[in-house]
Design a protein around this ligand. Sequence first.
Ligand code: ASP
Length: 348
Amino acid sequence: MIHRTGRVLLIYTGGTIGMGINPKNGLLEPLDFKELVERMPELKEIPAGVDVHQFPQPIDSSDMNPRLWARIVEILVGHYDRYDGFVILHGTDTMAFTASALSFMLENLTKPVILTGSQLPITRLRTDGRENLITSIEIAAAHYPDGRPRVPEVCIYFSGKLLRGNRSTKMNSEGFNAFDSFNFPHLADAGVNIVFHDELILKPDYTRPMTPHFAMDTGVIVFTLFPGIEEDTVRYLLDSPHLRAIVMRTYGSGNAPQLPWLIKALSEATARGIVVINITQCAAGPVEMARYSGGFMLHSAGVTSGFDGTVECAIAKLMHLLAHYNDAKEIRRLMNLALCGEISPSIK
Ligand code: ASP
């Protein structure tokens, strides 16, 4: 039987959900979320007590960075035993990056960490924030009769869908349906009832504690292939002094133009220990480097498959692994393993 505290902690980092219009300049600015929550009577109906922890300076999530991820991990660690689950209110712009990063920074997570936000501020009449917030709290508090949480994972809840955080992508800057996980099914769907797809949800080892990680190495870049890409540009990028890893966004199932200089430049980079991860530019479907010669050449140049993972997740996972390992071979090996459900490595 797992001990439950009956409480959920709401961590407000910023984002549209908690913003209001500054009457002086008409711009959206962060409000005091503690006050807002006190003015939401519907929260009292949720069968879990809710406390609020607010960033001293709430941010637009465009300003999110690895230092602030470590700060979120510190807050979670500091409150871990006192809460059954956590809801993180976060701007939508970089929410998929933060969710991916936290999934690696919170090893063997035994409690729900649900990120949510909204497209319209919670104070607006047509807001999507109320439903997103209330359902996220319900999901963070949901548990089995023996006390085990229903969703001990880092997730994004948005517009009726519970998504694995490290599989999510922001796909719409306007519609309420802002997120999806194109290569992995939803963990739950919220309609009249919240229907959990339990067979898909990660099962932690409850006999071991959650292990937090704080370090991230930012020697990473994303580089997108396009017809007409120039050798000089690619060489300049590959020679950057602090670069340790590249997420290369390729065509279709992981293909690249068969340009001898490109293959040579990539082979030289991988031989000197740069980790190059192949992620497709397509929103859905995996990389299969053995399918076309344009993909197989990348494989021969030492490029590592990113399988069906997202760019956001590849970046976060690389930052985490680079901070913990020096050996490029070991980093490539771990990039090909699912550490917390982020890829499906059975696809070749
Ligand atoms: N720019 C805002 C942010 O990401 C957008 C949002 O919250 O949806 O913080």
